[in-house]
Design a protein around this ligand. Structure first.
Ligand SMILES: NC(=O)c1ccc[n+]([C@@H]2O[C@H](COP(=O)([O-])OP(=O)(O)OC[C@H]3O[C@@H](n4cnc5c(N)ncnc54)[C@H](OP(=O)(O)O)[C@@H]3O)[C@@H](O)[C@H]2O)c1
Length: 337
């Protein structure tokens, strides 16, 4: 698969979002199936794996690291320098007050490294801004950890350009991980241009809009009762699935022309659009994981891209997830709307 750079870190141009193997999309697969899924992705040429300390069933504290432990088992026997591991931490203010930002970040990193069974994490993100902790202090701590050789690069998730700039001035960022897809294009305005100018990679999460853009979710789809974030994704209310059908019609037309799937077109679109974007689609299904990685083989010509972009621009998007960095809370806490 083609490679891209997140700062100085080289990765396959499509990564694997591993969250769904532990949390967020209902019933999780067996550990054996998940390990096999990761190994199939590696065999396909994927070198970039996205996890977080928080990814465990229902995000419960006692399940912390569930996803990282699966990855450790999947990577067993795989040469360490062929895999790029990205993980994330949250910064609880109680811990920061009891010690320091640096000590708190280092303690969380040590726990992640133990679960991942590695001596260095390639890319370490702050999962959400904590408004009580200045991002400059986080940047300083991450810089120290880079110099100590415990991480190769660092990143922020769900952040505005102002926060990115404040952090980047203290210690250079490798990547930003924000929500981005054909129906969540907010970061095109400021965040992506800033990242392009400053050699920062952009790692879109939920690039298939939590499944909507695949066209496989319909108004008849029942989401699962337990641990299923799709109940809170605004584009996935029954009304908005129906109202957003024109977007799927556009994608389907291009998918047919290119002998590709909808999901692949949605990924090929962003790969064509920006050279610093590395999407991390997530799936619990081995076939779909490979399908999504296969988007790297779907080349849009400039003309096709322009047509697709123009057709998308003409569609109204119903439902917007976005984020509210100032309140430092994840979309899970937001009301549907
Ligand atoms: N930084 C953050 O705060 C943050 C937040 C959310 C996610 N993430 C990361 O980003 C990754 C991706 O985000 P995401 O999983 O929320 O969203 P996503 O990749 O946009 O969508 C995942 C959903 O789409 C379905 N899907 C995926 N590929 C498909 C295909 N080819 N055909 C049909 N359906 C398909 C999956 O169903 P099946 O499983 O049934 O295939 C799942 O329900 C996560 O794994 C995680 O690593 C980060």
């Amino acid at each position: 698969m083609n490679k891209r750079k997140l700062g100085q870190i080289e990765v396959s141009e499509i990564g694997m979002g591993c969250m769904g193997l532990s949390h967020g999309y209902g019933q999780i697969p067996s550990e054996g199936y998940s390990i096999e899924a990761v190994r199939k992705a590696i065999d396909y040429g994927c070198t970039f794996f996205d996890t977080a300390e928080a990814y465990g069933p229902n995000l419960l504290p006692e399940n912390r690291g569930h996803n990282e432990k699966i990855l450790a088992k999947a990577f067993d026997g795989i040469p360490r320098d062929t895999i790029v591991i990205a993980t994330k931490l949250h910064l609880p203010i109680t811990e920061v007050k009891a010690t320091s930002v640096y000590d708190t970040v280092k303690a969380h990193l040590a726990a992640s490294m133990e679960r991942l069974r590695v001596s260095e994490v390639d890319l370490y993100y702050l999962h959400r801004i904590n408004p009580e902790v200045p991002v400059e202090d986080v940047a300083d701590a991450m810089g120290r950890l880079c110099k100590e050789g415990l991480i190769r690069g660092w990143g922020l998730s769900q952040v505005t350009v102002d926060t990115i700039d404040r952090a980047h001035r203290v210690y250079p960022l490798s990547a930003i991980q924000n929500i981005y897809s054909m129906v969540e294009r907010g970061i095109e305005e400021e965040v992506i241009p800033y990242c392009l100018d400053n050699d920062i990679g952009v790692v879109p999460f939920s690039p298939i809009a939590s499944g909507f853009l695949s066209g496989k979710v319909t108004t008849q789809t029942e989401f699962e009762k337990n641990d299923d974030v799709r109940h809170f994704v605004p584009q996935l209310t029954k009304e908005n699935i129906a109202a957003n059908q024109p977007i799927l019609d556009v994608i389907r037309e291009f998918a047919e022309k290119k002998c590709a799937t909808n999901a692949q077109i949605s990924l090929a679109w962003m790969l064509h659009k920006y050279p610093n974007v590395v999407p991390i689609p997530g799936s619990k299904n081995q076939e779909r994981i490979l399908e999504n990685l296969g988007a790297s083989e779907v080349e849009l010509t400039d003309e096709e891209f322009e047509k697709l972009q123009t057709a998308l621009d003409a569609c109204e998007v119903h439902g917007h997830r976005g984020f509210d960095e100032a309140e430092g809370r994840s979309f899970l806490n937001r009301k549907r709307g």
